[in-house]
Ligand binder design. Structure first.
Ligand code: SF4
Ligand code: SF4
Ligand code: FES
Length: 483
């Protein structure tokens, strides 16, 4: 493998890498703004400039007169790179001073604070004073639609957002208008963003210019506890981090996995967790009361649930939003407790089996809107095509994401898992279970990859793990004699 020397450390490189990436291998951090590994290199911000030299024929190293941008410079055999010389450090201070002349002193009220590249680079590589005394440039902030809040006074014109739109989201919606000091990043004609991947604009913006509307001012970044997990929004299984505080999931961010989702998430997956802490979620064992569902104790709810299924022709519907562990336990439970019941998996209208699942766009989204359709089929569950004739009662399991099928034909429905009050209004009992953010488990994506989801928060309200609910059911009732 070819080698170069970065700050006197020998490092091997693969042709195609740039100096920023190669330097990382030996623990040398070169600061940058406009570079992003998934986007075209434009070398605009000049923050990554370093000293570069090449050995001549006699072996002595000739350093180039001018600094070279590390993001656009490929390493070469024998190349010498210096990232901490006086010249480099002076350039970094100058670039920081230049980028900050128009930047407001917003950190105390900016949502990006604590995870902002501009703040971090200013602290590490900038100076503690600036010479600029003129009035700062300001922009009007037009609405960009429901996902992103724009504040262009904070923009450093790195163009990452423009490149993300055209190169990843496949839509030219962010542009730079005007020139020079008046340059402004905006959408074409000030229109709202159209892509289904708009949340990524906030992730890749290295400043607080593009932030998430639904997360702004909810929590400071440093209060959030982070759990690596997997998105349950479709059968892709994008890797995510769930950020919680006070047992409330506040946001979902992408976790890099170059084989599945690279650096990205679709908006549906990113904002999927809102239901977890929704005030309308049924989080207590509940039975029908005088005005809708009423909270009762676990014992009473289990007794009523069992009684309402007793002696009836039963169909069991298992959401393909359950984990492999849950679905496998459930199979054993159903075999013992309801050996004659018809059992199906369900999850997305129009997707009856794994064979119906396909790409829903050219980026990440899949047609199956649940994460474990392929796993349930692996366990032998059959796809739901409608309730068998004569079904009198339905026992319905749901992780929180599966689309409820039409159950109007069934006179008795018992729901186990995650339901909203309006969905469960006509149920005969609800036994609340955990959403995917409240449990550990395995899911299988459309390519057959097994991935682990991790518990980010404790079960909300009185919800219990499915294995516990099944154990209570079995212990309390023994065989029910349901037909
Ligand atoms: S809005 Fe953010 S990502 Fe876009 S150019 Fe400005 S700083 Fe860069
Ligand atoms: S593509 Fe699917 S798995 Fe990925 S973020 Fe969107 S919903 Fe989640
Ligand atoms: S990161 Fe190299 S010039 Fe911006």
């Amino acid at each position: 493998m070819p080698q170069c020397l970065i700050d006197d450390r020998k490092v091997e490189f693969t042709p195609g890498e740039n100096l920023i990436e190669v330097a990382k291998k030996v623990g040398v951090e070169i600061p940058f703004f406009c570079y992003h590994p998934a986007l075209t290199v434009v070398a605009q911000c000049r923050m990554c400039a370093v000293e570069v030299g090449m050995p001549g024929k006699d072996g002595t190293v000739q350093m180039m007169g001018k600094l070279q941008t590390a993001c656009s410079t490929p390493p070469a055999e024998g190349m010498v790179v210096k990232t901490k010389t006086e010249k480099v450090l002076k350039n970094q201070k100058s670039v920081m001073e230049f980028l900050l002349i128009n930047h407001p002193l917003d950190c105390p009220i900016c949502d990006k604070s604590g995870e902002c590249d501009l703040q971090d680079n200013s602290f590490r590589h900038g100076d503690s004073y600036m010479r600029y005394t003129e009035e700062r440039r300001t922009y009007l902030d037009l609405d960009m639609g429901p996902v992103i809040k724009k504040n262009m006074n904070r923009c450093i014109h790195c163009t990452r957002c423009i490149r993300f739109g055209t190169e990843v989201a496949g839509i030219r919606e962010m542009v730079a208008v005007q020139r020079g000091n008046n340059t402004e990043i905006t959408t074409i004609d000030g229109r709202p963003l159209e892509t289904d991947y708009a949340g990524n604009y906030a992730d890749i913006c290295p400043t607080g210019s593009l932030t998430l509307k639904n997360f702004r001012f909810r929590k400071r970044a440093w209060f959030l506890k982070k759990t690596p997990s997997v998105c349950e929004g479709c059968s892709r299984g994008c890797n995510i981090e769930l950020h919680q505080d006070g047992n409330v999931v506040h946001r979902t961010l992408p976790r890099t996995n170059m084989e599945i989702n690279k650096y990205w998430l679709c908006d549906e997956g990113r904002f999927n967790s809102d239901y977890v802490n929704d005030a309308d979620r049924v989080v207590t064992p509940s039975l029908p009361g005088a005005s809708g569902l009423a909270a009762v104790g676990w014992e009473q709810a289990l007794g009523a649930a069992r009684a309402s299924l007793e002696g009836k022709a039963l169909s069991v519907l298992v959401g393909s939003d359950l984990t492999q562990e849950e679905a496998s336990n459930l199979k054993t439970f159903l075999g013992k407790q309801f050996p004659k019941a018809s059992v199906f998996h369900y999850g997305t209208k129009g997707i009856k089996t794994a064979a119906d699942d396909a790409a829903a766009d050219k980026i990440l989204k899949r047609k199956s809107r649940t994460s474990n359709l392929h796993g349930l089929e692996k366990l032998g569950y059959q796809g739901f095509t409608g309730l068998p004739a004569g079904t009198e009662a339905v026992l319905l399991f749901r992780g929180g994401r599966a689309e409820l099928p039409d159950l109007s034909q069934a006179r008795h429905v018992v729901g186990v898992g995650v339901f909203m009050k309006q969905d469960a209004a006509a149920f005969h009992a609800v036994l609340p279970g955990p959403s995917w953010a409240e449990k550990d488990g395995t899911i299988v994506n459309f390519e057959g990859r097994e991935q682990k989801i991790r518990r980010s928060i404790l079960p909300v309200g009185q919800s219990k793990n499915l294995s516990e609910i099944l154990m209570l059911w079995a212990n309390q009732g023994g065989k029910t004699g349901v037909a």
